[in-house]
Design a protein around this ligand. Structure first.
Ligand SMILES: [Mg+2]
Length: 432
């Protein structure tokens, strides 16, 4: 049995904890340079604001509908997340943090009759201690827990969609077959975890629109017509657990991309950004013990600056030998940048993606005799860099190229709320 504890409109909820006046008002949180909406409250969803909507397109709503738009305050969200996660962890013996506001709780050993009450207690405690509202979904597999969470959330958000008693906490295991069937018949297949838009379109065109209809197919058909992955989802919906806790494997690619605060045209400035992205990405690769085979670098203009000459290009640079060395990864990224750079262009977004990741432990044993010395040297240097970064923070030790540009590309955050919980200078002040 699994529970999924998920923060409602998480970024917006974090902001509301410290600004209760935002309660009930339409609000959005903007991406790192105030470019577009990355989180929406229920009220702003009702205004028709779409995920990723460019800010300039919805700015009018500040005046006409009382919309509040804030810069993302990731320091605050990260900290609130840690608090929420530590409370959620109390619900069962195992926890897998799935995203900044979602964690799966493994419920092995918890008595079945106690689970629903436990979920309510956890929810109440998180709300009282942190101010973050959550929904809890419970099922016999992770896919079902995720589905139950969707039902718990949607029941509140869209009254009439499901029976009221399934709101906030939904335990599918407590229901009988008939009740469950009714839910599955009333839920589109596209709402199932792992079924993307492409697959759900394919399913729909062959007459499979609801979860119930999908479950009536047989496993063999699902596998042969679609994939083993979809078959796994089918089995999970039937209550056969295929995705265990902590199975979330190391990521297959690592990306570090950013929109710039202002358009960038000079190559030195782009190089400074790319150097920093590559440095961060390389550190992530080392953290998950991966070696990198290919480095992708891209830069592009903004489709919203219609008068600018549009340009978008990405280049993949293979490394001569897979590694997780910041120097090699960065010089590959910079070599790619040199090839794609065109003067006179207003670049608005760029990024580095590390591809072709391989287990560093396996790779080590394949090194030739003469490579080993180089590899050892690099490893010691990276260890030192990581130690400095861990202790003094990102940017405390940098490659020279990162300092060349004037950092105009760095994020613009004119609307950020204070770091309430992590900086004494910015702590909330109560006035009588
Ligand atoms: Mg959420």
């Amino acid at each position: 049995m699994f529970a999924l504890v998920d923060g409602n409109n998480f970024y917006c909820s974090c902001e509301r904890v410290f600004q209760p006046r935002l309660q009930g008002r339409p609000m959005v949180v903007l991406s790192n340079n105030d470019g577009c909406a990355i989180a929406r409250s229920d009220e702003s969803k009702q205004l028709g604001i779409k995920m990723g909507a460019p800010f300039f397109q919805i700015k009018d709503l500040e005046r006409t509908a009382g919309l509040v738009a804030l810069s993302a305050n990731f320091t605050l969200y990260g900290d609130m997340s840690a608090r929420m996660m530590s409370l959620a962890a109390e619900m069962g013996p195992e926890q897998e943090i799935y995203s900044i506001d979602e964690s799966f709780i493994g419920l092995a050993g918890v008595r079945k009759t106690e689970i629903t009450q436990r979920a309510w207690d956890t929810r109440t405690k998180i709300l009282q201690w942190t101010g973050i509202p959550t929904c809890v979904g419970i099922g016999s597999t992770k896919t079902l827990a995720k589905l139950a969470n969707y039902i718990a959330k949607t029941t509140d958000r869209k009254p009439g969609s499901y029976p009221v008693r399934l709101g906030k906490v939904c335990n599918l295991v407590d229901l009988n077959d008939r009740q469950r069937r009714l839910l599955y018949e009333n839920t589109a297949i596209g709402e199932v975890w792992g079924i993307g838009r492409r697959i759900s379109k394919q399913l729909e065109s062959s007459g499979v629109e609801t979860i119930w209809q999908f479950m009536q197919l047989d496993a063999g058909t699902v596998r042969s017509r679609w994939s083993v992955v979809l078959e796994r989802t089918w089995r999970e919906l039937h209550g056969q657990s295929c995705i265990s806790i902590e199975e979330a494997a190391a990521k297959k690619e690592i990306a570090h991309t950013r929109s710039f605060g202002h358009p960038v045209t000079e190559i030195t400035e782009l190089a400074s950004a790319i150097t920093e992205f590559a440095t961060r990405a390389a550190a992530k690769a080392r953290k998950q013990n991966s070696n990198v085979g290919q480095v992708l670098v891209f830069a592009r203009t903004s489709p919203f600056r219609v008068k600018d000459t549009q340009y978008s290009r990405s280049i993949v640079v293979p490394l001569s030998r897979p590694c997780a060395d910041t120097l090699q990864i960065t010089s590959a990224a910079l070599a790619g940048l040199k090839r794609l750079y065109k003067p006179g262009i207003n670049y608005c977004k760029a990024g580095v993606m590390l591809l072709d990741l391989q287990d560093a432990a396996i790779h080590q044993s394949e090194l030739g005799l003469f490579d080993i010395e180089d590899a050892e040297k690099s490893k010691r240097l990276m260890k030192a860099i990581d130690a400095v970064t861990d202790r003094f923070g990102h940017g405390s030790i940098q490659l020279g190229a990162a300092l060349l540009g004037k950092k105009k590309w760095e994020k613009r955050q004119e609307r950020r709320t204070p770091h309430y919980t992590t900086s004494l200078a910015e702590v909330a002040i109560a006035r009588a």
